[in-house]
Design a protein around this ligand. Structure first.
Ligand code: NAI
Length: 296
C-alpha cells in the first residue's frame, strides 16, 4: 500500500482542476494538505479565496486535514508564507507539488513582454520560489518529495505557447540539476507532463477527448512520486486518460568525424543520417555522463 500518513503536502494552485484532484487524492492517502491558490482567471488576473476554501472543505468532508493559503507563487514572500503556513499548522513539510499555472497564449508576433514575463514568473520562477522556501527545511529533515508540472507544450511544442513552453521545459532543466543536489538529503524531484480536463483545456481540446481526461487519471501518479516508495529521481512522466509513460531527453549514438581538417561542414552533411539517427539513443544521467560519452 502506498501511504502518505503523517506527511504534509503543499500543493500550489490547488483551488481547482488538477491541483484540487491532487489535494483530494493525497489527502485520501493520509497526507495533510496546504491548499494554495490565490484564485483568479486562467490568465492570472484577479483574486478569489473561494477556490482554495472549497478544496479545503472537500478534503475535510472526505475526512482529511487541510488548510488554505491564498499567496501567489510568483514572489518569494508568497512562497515563504505557504511553507510557514505548513509548519505552523502541521509542524513539518514533506511534499511540494508545483502545480500552479496560468496561460497567456499568443503567437510570438503578438506576444507582449508582459505575456512572456507573467507566464515565466508563475510557472518557472514560482516553482523555484516554492522549492527555495521549503529547501532548508527538507534538507534539515533529510527527506523530501518534489513534483514539478511540465507540459507536452514545453516538451514538444505548441503554436502560440513560446512563453508557456519555455517555462514548462524550464521546469525540467531545473529538476535535472536539483536532483543532483537533493540526493544526499533524501530529496527526490520528478515531474509530470499531464493531460487532463480543466478550465485550461476545455476550450482547446474537443469534447470527446476531454471526456476521457478526468484529472483523477493524473493524481495517483503524483501521489506515487510524492511517496516514500517513489523509486525514481529526476524523471518526467507523461500522464493522462489512464496512460503513464516516461519522457526523456535522449542523445543519439552519433558518429565520430575525423579530428583534423576532415572535420568540416561537408563531413557534417555527409553524416547527417548517423548524427540524427535515434535508433540507439539513450538518456544521460547528468553533465558528467554526457561528457564521458563525448570523450569515449
Ligand atoms: P487550472 O487553471 O484549473 O489550475 C491552475 C491553478 O493555478 C488555478 O487554480 C489558479 O488559480 C492557480 N494559480 C494561478 N496563478 C497562481 C499563482 N501565481 N500562485 C498560485 N496559484 C496560482 O488548470 P489545470 O489544467 O488544472 O493546470 C494545473 C497545472 O497543470 C498547470 O501548471 C498547467 O500548466 C499544467 N498542465 C495542465 C494540462 C492539462 O491538460 N490540464 C496540460 C499540461 C500542463
Amino acid at each position: 500500500m502506498i501511504s502518505l500518513k503523517d506527511r504534509v503536502a503543499l500543493i500550489t494552485g490547488a483551488g481547482g482542476g488538477l491541483g484540487r484532484s491532487h489535494a483530494l487524492y493525497l489527502a485520501g492517502l493520509g497526507a495533510k494538505i496546504v491548499v494554495n491558490d490565490p484564485g483568479g482567471g486562467v490568465a492570472g488576473s484577479g483574486e478569489n479565496r473561494s477556490p482554495a476554501d472549497e478544496t479545503v472543505a472537500l478534503v475535510r468532508q472526505a475526512g482529511g486535514e487541510a488548510i488554505a493559503d491564498y499567496s501567489g507563487v510568483e514572489t518569494m514572500e508568497g512562497a515563504s508564507r505557504m511553507t510557514a503556513a505548513a509548519l505552523e499548522a502541521f509542524g513539518r513539510l514533506d511534499i511540494v507539488v508545483n502545480n500552479a499555472g496560468i496561460l497567456r497564449d499568443a503567437s510570438f508576433k503578438k506576444q507582449t513582454d508582459d505575456d512572456w514575463r507573467r507566464v515565466l514568473d508563475v510557472h518557472l520562477t514560482g516553482s523555484r520560489n516554492v522549492v527555495k522556501a521549503a529547501w532548508d527545511h527538507l534538507c534539515g529533515r533529510k527527506y523530501g518529495r518534489i513534483v514539478m508540472t511540465s507540459s507536452a507544450s514545453g516538451l514538444y511544442g505548441n503554436f502560440g505557447q513560446t512563453n508557456y513552453g519555455a517555462a514548462k521545459l524550464g521546469a525540467i532543466g531545473f529538476l535535472n540539476s536539483l536532483k543532483e543536489e537533493g540526493e544526499k538529503y533524501g530529496i527526490k524531484i520528478n515531474a509530470i507532463a499531464p493531460m487532463a480536463r480543466s478550465r485550461m483545456t476545455e476550450s482547446i481540446l474537443p469534447a470527446d477527448v476531454l471526456e476521457k481526461l478526468d484529472p483523477r487519471f493524473v493524481s495517483p501518479v503524483v501521489a506515487y512520486l510524492a511517496s516514500e516508495d517513489c523509486a525514481v529521481n529526476g524523471q518526467c512522466w507523461a500522464v493522462g486518460g489512464g496512460s503513464v509513460s516516461r519522457v526523456a531527453i535522449v542523445e543519439a549514438e552519433g558518429c565520430r568525424l575525423p579530428a583534423d581538417e576532415g572535420f568540416n561542414a561537408e563531413a557534417v552533411a555527409a553524416n547527417l543520417e548517423k548524427i540524427t539517427d535515434l535508433g540507439n539513443a539513450k538518456p544521460l544521467a547528468n553533465l558528467m555522463d554526457a561528457s564521458a560519452k563525448l570523450l569515449r
